[in-house]
Ligand binder design. Structure first.
Ligand code: 4NP
Length: 167
């Protein structure tokens, strides 16, 4: 089976989306689904091309048992075709992806990440860049829940075998 490809998108690709990618990889490994998926992340902006994730994101992820390996890159036209799913962190990111698609149909492909958050209060994963440490932990918890929900959705939509090793 061809792997299902998933792209996480934020503005800078140094805080939210690299963490989302790493959490997704962590959780697919935990569920024994590693071979079913390919994940990547990118930014709508070109502000941090080639940069490692923000040190606050790295520190917070590590505190929560997650390692991130990623360098910043910018969303491209080809990404819109190459990926099966595109998860936007906030409404601005969502609008920018839709704008780049300029009329191309992204139905069943483009979603807001928090669409899958069982406790969603609002639609966006808040941008933690200009805030304090607590914002990074809040982002972690939102993404942790949202990705669980997204994986449950994928399991149903793609009839994935129930191979939970650990939840
Ligand atoms: P991210 O956070 O979109 O979650 O990676 C940001 C990172 C950098 C900037 C804005 C948001 N910036 O303006 O440089």
């Amino acid at each position: 089976m061809k792997p299902i490809s998933v792209l996480f998108v934020c503005l800078g690709n140094i805080c939210r989306s690299p963490l989302a990618e790493a959490l997704f990889n962590h959780k697919t490994r935990q569920r024994g689904w590693k071979d079913y998926f390919i994940a990547d992340s990118c930014g709508t902006s070109g502000y941090h091309i080639g940069d490692p994730p923000d040190r606050r994101t790295l520190a917070n992820a590590r505190k929560n048992g997650i390692e991130i390996n990623h360098r910043g890159r910018q969303l491209s036209q080809q990404d819109l075709d190459r990926f099966d799913y595109i998860l936007a962190m906030d409404e601005d990111n969502y609008a920018d992806v839709a704008l780049l698609a300029s009329g191309k149909n992204l139905k069943d492909k483009l979603y807001l990440m928090r669409h899958f958050d069982a406790q969603a209060h609002g639609t966006s994963v808040p941008d933690p860049y200009y805030g304090g440490e607590e914002g990074f932990q809040q982002v972690f918890e939102i993404l942790d829940r949202s990705i669980e929900g997204f994986l449950d959705y994928l399991a149903t939509r793609h009839s994935l075998a129930n191979q939970h090793l650990k939840r």
